[in-house]
Design a protein around this ligand. Structure first.
Ligand SMILES: *Cc1c(COP(=O)(O)O)cnc(C)c1O
Length: 449
């Protein structure tokens, strides 16, 4: 047995401010555009979000204080550990100069990084006198994080869950309901958007685009309700930077500086969370850390998409944002990493990919599950299928250094555990998992986020 090295920060040393990368972008972010093609002002977002979050969305302040009441709640599972993957290093036969560390976000009550923003969003909405939050979810990771945060702050939570997932993946629904959320199979007959779809197709399996339209409509029509989004937006990336800020302190404890920081990318929030503070560190001349975003080959937004304005959802309810996109009508193949099946990407992450500050790579799902199983057997933690993309790329970075006879320290974000994804592991274990070619992707599957 190895003497496993785990770097746990003292609660008292938890970061007390979020890092806002908008202050350090090579050029200012292109503004979101409304239906008339003009930039939208903060007041247009007011029916959906509390003013504190709208101000964070556009803020140019470099550091934004985390409210003490939010820190108190985050303390129930933060700081999350950084762990040296010593057994994995041995299994890979890495020389002493090649090291792998991971920051484990699966310790949260939802089992992923998503509560880092769900808690902050629920707090600001509660402060603004809001009684209810609406949202969409596919497989249920975001819906369960928001349900937990709603329960903690006494907010009602209404989740529009893509119907095919509602029927096929009931466990996260049971979790949401246990925390007191009401969960509907979308499309519903509760909204105009849902009724419109059902009139045309009573058997519609739903999609994330439809569920977003329903959740936004439900929030707009209820003056006591707001809408919450779990990724992509600037304020969501901001809330996740606590991951990287903690990691910097923990890597100092470990006495190592990462040469490369790796995370998977769906909408970009866990990647932004670990990478943006390291981007700042590099700007300050304290490191030369590379930042590597990893996406699925079945949905290769950063590596094969275009950098341009596009809608955030399929139905056209959201503003247009400048981002890498595969087109808002693109429906990715049904890979098991549901959280990575998004046609677009965070405008902040996109801007830094476009400027060359962030690198991106795409990997196939079978090689990801190989890496996930190797990781689970070495380190004991069963990774979420999304996180397995980061593991694949982290292992490949380490093996490339071994091959080249170079020293390298790799740090990756293990964004969540895979305890609700066992059917995906079953498919892998029984040899029934396949890769999907993006170029040949038919529009065959409802969303799965
Ligand atoms: C939702 C999710 C992701 C993808 O979302 P990002 O916003 O890109 O981080 C990754 N990993 C896990 C475990 C998730 O739940």
């Amino acid at each position: 047995m190895s003497d496993r090295r785990k770097f746990v920060l003292d609660e008292a040393k938890m970061p007390t401010a979020w890092y806002n990368v908008q202050a350090d972008l090579p050029e200012p972010l292109a503004p979101p555009l409304g239906p008339d093609g003009n930039p939208i002002g903060p007041e247009m977002l007011a029916p959906l979000f509390p003013m504190d979050l709208i101000m964070q969305e556009v803020s140019q302040e470099r550091y934004i204080d985390i409210p003490g009441a939010v820190i108190d709640v985050l303390r129930s599972y933060r700081p999350s550990p950084v762990i040296r993957a010593e057994q994995l290093e041995r299994d890979l036969g890495l020389p002493a100069g090649v090291k792998i560390y991971y920051k484990y976000e699966g310790v949260s009550p939802a089992g992923s990084h998503k509560p880092n923003t769900a808690i902050a969003q629920a707090y600001y909405n509660k402060q603004a006198g809001i009684k209810k939050l609406t949202t969409e979810t596919g497989a249920g990771q975001w819906g369960s994080a928001l349900s937990i945060a709603g329960a903690l702050y006494g907010l009602e939570v209404e989740v529009f869950m893509v119907k095919v997932s509602y029927d096929q993946k009931p466990y996260r629904r049971f979790l949401m309901e246990t925390y007191g959320a009401s969960v509907h199979a979308s499309p519903t007959n509760l909204t105009d958007a849902g009724r419109h779809i059902l009139e045309r197709d009573p058997e519609s399996p739903g999609s994330l685009g439809i569920a977003i339209s329903e959740a936004v409509e439900a929030a707009v029509k209820d003056e006591n309700a707001h809408y919450a989004l779990g990724s992509v937006l600037n304020h969501v990336c901001l809330h996740q930077t606590i991951i990287g800020e903690e990691a910097i302190l923990q890597m100092e404890m470990a006495g190592d500086e990462p040469d490369v920081v790796v995370a998977c990318v769906g909408g970009g929030s866990n990647f932004a969370g670990i990478a943006f503070p390291y981007f700042k560190r590099r700007l300050d001349g304290k490191s030369s850390t590379r930042l590597l975003a990893v996406e699925p080959k079945a949905c290769p937004t950063l590596t094969a998409g275009e950098y341009r304005y596009d809608l955030g959802d399929e139905a056209g309810m959201t503003p247009q944002m400048k981002m890498y996109t595969l087109g808002h009508e693109f429906v990715p193949a049904g890979i098991h990493a549901g959280g990575l099946r998004y046609h677009g990407d965070s405008p902040l992450v996109s801007a830094l990919v476009a400027s060359g500050d962030i690198e991106a790579t795409a990997v196939n799902q079978v090689e990801c599950f190989q890496a996930a199983v190797q990781f689970a057997r070495a380190e004991g933690i069963l990774p979420a299928p999304e996180s397995s993309h980061a593991i694949r790329a982290a292992i490949d970075e380490a093996l490339a250094a071994k091959e080249a006879g170079e020293d390298k320290t790799v740090l990756f974000c293990l964004s969540g555990h895979g305890h609700f994804d066992l059917s995906a592991y079953e498919a892998y274990n029984s040899g029934n998992l396949e890769d999907f070619d993006y170029a040949a992707t038919p529009n065959l599957c409802a969303d799965d986020v």
